[in-house]
Write a protein that binds this ligand. Structure first.
Ligand SMILES: *Cc1c(COP(=O)(O)O)cnc(C)c1O
Length: 351
């Protein structure tokens, strides 16, 4: 090995879902099947490229203020980043400096262990119960921080606010990050708790419920001191992270509450319909409060169904990992897409 290679920061990288370069029925990365709010298109059309000569506002104030207004917060309680992945990574860097291990579930968003490894943060995973629920008592041991998605991914299972509050109450000395990437699809947000728990950081994203995965907008909400620490780290790393156009698109998106509720309502209705159809075909799944369903079939292996769907240009997500290697994570698309999925599954399972 060359000398320089000994000093390389090595990491086993996160593997994102496939982004095929041709049209397929894409149910593998939890994107929203509906377009962003019409106001987003209006901003795009009206945008003058001359504005791009100038650096963007490092504080992205227009967007921070719009989020604060929509959530009933003050600007000091809101942090924005380039997707919630950026917000979460920055939060790991800012808050997880203890020598004690941070805690997160064994089956969860697969970026957490990657960031922990990259940033050399020790961690200890806590096993989900057999029904894929989180045991709050597992998070009542000495730790350097806690991160939990609610609802969890890829299981889709939501935790009650009271259970998260038990974790918060037991951990006044750690920052607790609740990753609410999917909360808009039917779980209880812990946002109302940020005034009571100064160690609570709530992270949300425009990627799923607001149809803006391609724009990369995420945000965190918490008490002003937490947000100040986050901003200090962010400005020390790269101050101009969100571009001028994205700031405007995000503002337009969050200001259109009725379009948002409409789209979320449609996805929730389609999810419930899809659950019934999947059950009829012999699938079981934990109850999902997200825009995806984590399903296993009683006779056919998930890996086999995954391959056969792919041959029919239907992409879902499969994780070859312990405990979940017989499950498929299926994003809820439009009703028409889900009908096509059911037709294909019916076909595959009857062979
Ligand atoms: C999708 C997702 C994110 C990140 O989404 P961004 O597009 O970076 O905002 C974060 N956490 C979980 C659990 C997710 O599923």
């Amino acid at each position: 090995m060359n000398t320089w290679e000994k000093n390389v920061r090595r990491v086993v990288p996160y593997v994102p879902g496939e982004q095929p370069q041709r049209p397929v029925i894409k149910l593998n990365t939890n994107e929203n099947p509906y377009p962003p709010s019409p106001g987003v298109q209006r901003e795009l059309t009206a945008f003058d490229s001359d504005q791009l000569r100038l650096y963007p506002d490092p504080e992205a104030r227009e967007l921070v203020d719009a989020i604060a207004a929509a959530k009933g917060l003050s600007r000091e309680q809101v942090f924005v980043g380039v997707g919630s992945d950026d917000v979460l990574a920055m939060s790991f860097l800012t808050f997880f400096g203890s020598e004690l291990p941070i805690l997160f579930p064994d089956i969860t968003y697969s970026f957490y262990d990657v960031w922990a490894d990259l940033l050399r943060i020790p961690y200890r995973t806590q096993p989900l119960r057999d029904d894929f629920t989180i045991a709050p008592e597992d998070y009542q041991q000495p730790n350097g921080g806690i991160v939990i998605p609610n609802p969890n991914a890829p299981t889709g299972v939501a935790m009650k606010r009271d259970d998260i509050e038990r974790i918060l109450a037991a951990n006044p000395d750690s920052v607790v990050i609740i990753d609410e990437a999917y909360v808009d699809f039917g779980a209880e947000s812990v946002l109302p708790l940020i005034d009571r728990y100064e160690n609570l950081l709530v992270v949300q994203t425009f990627s799923k419920s607001r149809s803006l995965a391609g724009s990369r907008i995420g945000f965190a909400m918490g008490n002003a001191r937490l947000i100040r620490y986050l901003n200090d780290c962010k400005y020390s790393f790269n101050s101009y992270t969100m571009d001028r156009l994205t700031i405007r698109l995000g503002k337009a998106s969050i200001e259109d509450a009725s379009y948002f509720e409409d789209c979320v309502g449609k996805i929730v209705a389609t999810r419930e319909w899809t659950k019934q159809q999947l059950a009829t075909l012999g699938f079981t799944f934990p109850d999902s409060k997200t825009n995806f369903i984590f399903a296993t079939h009683k006779t056919m292996a998930a890996s086999e169904i995954f391959e056969q769907l792919k041959q029919r240009d239907i992409y879902v997500r499969y994780f070859a990992k312990p405990r979940i290697d017989n499950y498929l994570r299926i994003t809820v698309g439009t009703r028409e897409q889900m009908q096509q999925l059911m037709d294909a599954l019916g076909d595959i399972l009857s062979q």
